[in-house]
Structure formats: structure tokens, C-alpha cells
Ligand binder design. Structure first.
Ligand code: IDC
Length: 334
């Protein structure tokens, strides 16, 4: 009799425990599933209903350089007040204590920072781009093995986060050809897809992510949800680059502007708002997603904050640089 009761008791406790665990894991999923997963349809980014989505975002400066802006309040503030819905985490590979040149401790710290960035973006209800920011290492194959391992790790970690996008090589340059980028991209995409079959992947194009026309001639056909990046700085790049973009779109290439500014290409110099307006009209017309460079108070015209401003969130309009004011006006429509 007693034994029977004991058995019943054990069975009930087990069932209650199961229920509790099910609720817990369910709650975890609700958090991660808040934003619909995006996918690529034709040249467009679309949501789970097949509706076109245009992401509007802000990029960090180098994560090692300005880690202080990766904080919950900043992301939530930008979402609410700047009406941006994406943030890009720029992980330099080479310069500024880059991921591939520093110590193991540095790599670990950067991964932690990325993890915090992803969690903050998730909580703020934003999409987040993990950007492998090659620059002075102009050929993405320079650190190909490290990139493959990195993205495999990230994709494993974030496969249940519906809001994570992967940008696998910021700006190939120094004469790196599209066929070289293609070899690299195939390896990295394969690594990501071994863990996550759906996440949107952004592939850089030759000449600092400008030669989208070359990518359009030979895109990566074997993979779904891949887009190609177009970067521009309105002080340097105008009509001729829009023509390239136009040609790529016409050929059916999905474009994503994962970085842009209206200063010159050095990230400094005067702002060209006239050309900037032309670019914005172009992006909006084609519903191309865009991300502004850069969230910092560095004394350069491509920094969104004034260099005198030390706050890491809650910025008043008067605390934004001329570029910051211009950009926020675009994203808020005010
Ligand atoms: C710039 C930064 C600047 C830094 C420089 C070198 O704004 O503070 O000293 O990099 O690391 C890009 C790059 C981006 C550049 C930016 C402006 O992706 O890293 O940032 N730019 O030069 N492509 C075109 C312009």
C-alpha cells in the first residue's frame, strides 16, 4: 500500500517536473522567436508572410575600439528613438586588436561582447548582423580557416535566434577578385549551413564591396538566403556606383547595404548630403536595407555622435554629429 503511494507520488513529481521544464524551454523560445526569420525572395528580403522588409540600422565602430556602445540601453534607445531595427556588430579581423591577430583572451572577450550584443539586440527587438570586418587584410582567404571556425561557432550558438544575420567578409579589396571571394564564401556558407539552414548571409563583393555587377555575373547559386553587399560613401561614390547596383538588381542579384556614410570613403571629410539624398531615394525605391557607419564619438565625420559627447545612450539631437542628425532625420522621417 505504502509502496504504491510512493510510486504514485514519484510519478506525479516526475510529471510536474516535465511540465515545468517544458514551460521553461518554451519561454526561452518565445524570447528568441520574437522577430520573424527573414529570407530572400528574388532581390528582396521578406518576412515570414512573404512581405518585403527593409532593415534600417546602425553599425558599431570596431568592437575592440568602442565596446562601450554595446549596451542594452543604447540599443533600446536607438530602436525607440531613431526607429532603427538593426544593429551591426563590426568585428575587425586585423586592425584594432582584431579577432585574428590578438591573443586567445582577446578573442574570448570579443566573443563575449558579440554575445552581449546579440542578447541586447534580441531584447530590444532588433535584427543583428555579425560582421567579419576584413579591411587591411583585403583578401578574405587570409584568415579563411579562422572564419570557418568562427562562423560555425556563431551559427551553432545562434541557430535558434531568428534575428541574427551573418556578414562573412566586410570589404574584399587590394585586387581580390570575385572568383576568390566566391571560393571563400562557399566554404563559410557551408560551415554556417551545417548548423543553421536558414539564416540570411551577406557576402562582400570586390573593391570594398562595390563590384556587385561582378557578383551578378556569377552568383552563388547553390545556397538560399544569400545577399550581396554594396557599400557606399556619398562623398566619394555617386551615380556610377548606383548604375552598377541597378545593373546587378536587373540581373536579379539581392543587394544589402550593410555599411554606408555620406562623408568621403576615408570616413572623414565633408558630408555630401545632396548625393546622400539621391542614395536614400535609390535605396527606398528598391527597398534595399541599409546600415549607417558608425556608432561612436570618434573625431571623424562618419561618427554619429559629436566627439565631445561621452554618453553611451540617451543622446539628445544636439549631441549627434551633423551626420547623426541627418541620418536620424531619415530613419524617423522627422
Ligand atoms: C574606418 C573608421 C576609422 C578607422 C578606419 C581604419 O571610420 O575610424 O580609422 O576605418 O580602420 C570602410 C570600412 C570601415 C571604415 C570606413 C571609413 O568598412 O572600416 O572605417 N569605410 O573609412 N569602407 C569604406 C569606408
Amino acid at each position: 500500500m505504502k509502496r504504491e503511494r510512493n510510486q504514485k507520488w514519484r510519478m506525479w513529481s516526475f510529471l510536474v517536473l516535465c511540465l515545468f521544464l517544458a514551460i521553461l524551454s518554451g519561454a526561452g523560445q518565445v524570447q528568441a522567436a520574437k522577430l520573424p526569420r527573414l529570407r530572400v525572395k528574388g532581390t528582396q528580403l521578406v518576412n515570414d508572410q512573404g512581405k518585403t522588409v527593409q532593415l534600417k540600422g546602425v553599425s558599431t565602430h570596431g568592437l575592440s575600439w568602442y565596446p562601450e556602445y554595446v549596451n542594452q540601453k543604447a540599443f533600446t534607445y536607438m530602436k525607440k528613438n531613431w526607429k532603427v531595427n538593426a544593429v551591426r556588430l563590426a568585428l575587425y579581423t586585423s586592425e584594432y586588436n582584431g579577432y585574428c591577430v590578438g591573443s586567445a583572451a582577446n578573442r574570448k572577450a570579443l566573443e563575449k561582447l558579440i554575445d552581449r550584443g546579440v542578447q541586447y539586440a534580441t531584447k530590444a527587438g532588433m535584427y543583428v548582423i555579425i560582421d567579419w570586418h576584413i579591411l587591411s587584410d583585403g583578401n578574405p582567404r587570409t584568415y579563411e580557416k579562422k572564419a570557418v571556425a568562427f562562423f560555425k561557432k556563431m551559427a551553432e550558438k545562434y541557430k535558434d535566434h531568428t534575428n541574427v544575420l551573418y556578414e562573412i567578409c566586410n570589404e574584399p579589396n587590394g585586387g581580390t577578385t570575385w572568383s576568390t571571394v566566391r571560393i571563400y564564401a562557399k566554404k563559410v556558407i557551408k560551415a554556417i549551413r551545417s548548423k543553421d539552414r536558414d539564416a540570411v548571409i551577406l557576402v562582400g563583393t570586390p573593391t570594398w564591396s562595390q563590384d556587385v555587377d561582378l557578383a551578378a555575373e556569377n552568383p552563388l547559386k547553390d545556397y538560399n538566403n544569400v545577399m550581396y553587399t554594396l557599400h557606399f560613401y556619398a562623398g566619394t561614390h555617386g551615380d556610377y556606383l548606383r548604375k552598377k547596383a541597378q545593373a546587378a538588381l536587373k540581373a536579379g542579384l539581392p543587394l544589402f547595404v550593410s555599411e554606408f556614410g555620406i562623408s568621403d570613403a576615408s570616413g572623414n571629410g565633408s558630408l555630401n548630403t545632396k548625393e546622400g539624398n539621391k542614395w536614400m531615394a535609390f535605396l527606398n525605391k528598391h527597398k534595399i536595407s541599409y546600415v549607417a557607419w558608425n556608432l561612436s564619438n570618434k573625431s571623424e565625420s562618419s561618427a554619429l555622435l559629436k566627439s565631445s559627447v561621452k554618453k553611451t545612450t540617451g543622446w539628445k539631437n544636439s549631441e549627434l554629429s551633423a551626420w547623426g542628425k541627418w541620418y536620424v532625420k531619415k530613419t524617423t522621417g522627422k
